[in-house]
Design a protein around this ligand. Structure first.
Ligand SMILES: C[S@@+](CC[C@H](N)C(=O)[O-])C[C@H]1O[C@@H](n2cnc3c(N)ncnc32)[C@H](O)[C@@H]1O
Length: 234
């Protein structure tokens, strides 16, 4: 076993990956996930990619030092561009902003449609990603929320199917997390409630306050209240 400093976030991503024939980790950087995957024996073949040769070389070095790991191939690739048939049944895109994830999906939309399962871990604006997924024929089948290093990390699993949510709180905070009354999400919602209430009070004391900003904060607080209903906290 290789000595790895795997974060809680990466371990949770690993948990969400189903047994499969081929899995690809797009933007692998240190290559920790592919090594954990190889050690788990969960997938027969593992493809690890990164847009940067330098990033990918960190994994290449680990593989040279550990020749017993023989089912990981490494490819320098921008997004899915160098992923060829037979396509992976699972693709992981983690540790990037939602907009970059969306760009990667958009640039290979026909290919992406042929992949059964995606696991996403967006670092920013997860609501934008949820909206994009629903607009493009992806159903969110599982979600997790990890708290580590003073921040929350969303992890989403999708499959091809049609789905729409009927509430802003579902897009903003995750319908499945709310339905499961996820404990980390409850903490996050209470933090957000405090943050927006404080902002609202500060704005009230300002001379030249922006009505647009006030309206935005009121809307955020309404969405949070809707989400907190799942926890029976008002
Ligand atoms: C912050 S690291 C995340 C590493 C790992 N996936 C994780 O979750 O810890 C982001 C990695 O994505 C790579 N990257 C950025 N844009 C990419 C793209 N278009 N295609 C593939 N890799 C990309 C970067 O080079 C970097 O190594």
């Amino acid at each position: 076993m290789i000595e790895l400093n795997a974060s809680k976030r990466i371990k949770e991503i690993l948990q969400m990956i189903p047994s499969c024939k081929i899995v690809a980790d797009i933007g692998t950087d240190h290559g920790i996930l592919p090594i954990l995957l190889a050690e788990s024996g969960r997938c027969e073949e593992i493809i690890a990619t990164d847009i940067s040769r330098e990033s990918l070389d960190k994994l290449v070095k680990k593989l040279e030092e550990n020749p017993e790991i023989n089912n990981i191939s490494t490819i320098v690739s921008d997004g899915l561009s160098k992923i060829t048939e037979p396509y992976p049944d699972v693709v992981v895109i983690s540790g990037m902003g939602s907009r970059l994830i969306i760009k990667i999906l958009e640039e290979a939309s026909d290919k992406a449609k042929q992949i059964k399962t995606f696991i996403f871990q967006p670092n920013t604006t997860v609501d934008e990603l949820r909206v994009y997924l629903h607009d493009n024929g992806y159903k969110i089948i599982n979600e997790a929320l990890v708290y580590e290093n003073n921040r929350f990390y969303n992890i989403l699993a999708t499959e091809r199917n049609n789905e729409l949510y009927n509430s802003k709180s579902h897009y903003k905070y995750g319908k499945l997390l709310l339905e499961n009354r996820n404990e980390n999400l409850r903490k996050h919602l209470l933090d957000e409630k405090n943050r927006f209430e404080k902002l609202f009070k500060e704005l009230q004391t300002m001379k030249n306050k922006s009505q647009v900003r006030i309206d935005e904060i009121v809307e955020e607080l309404e969405i949070i209240a809707e989400a907190l209903n799942y926890y029976e906290i008002i």
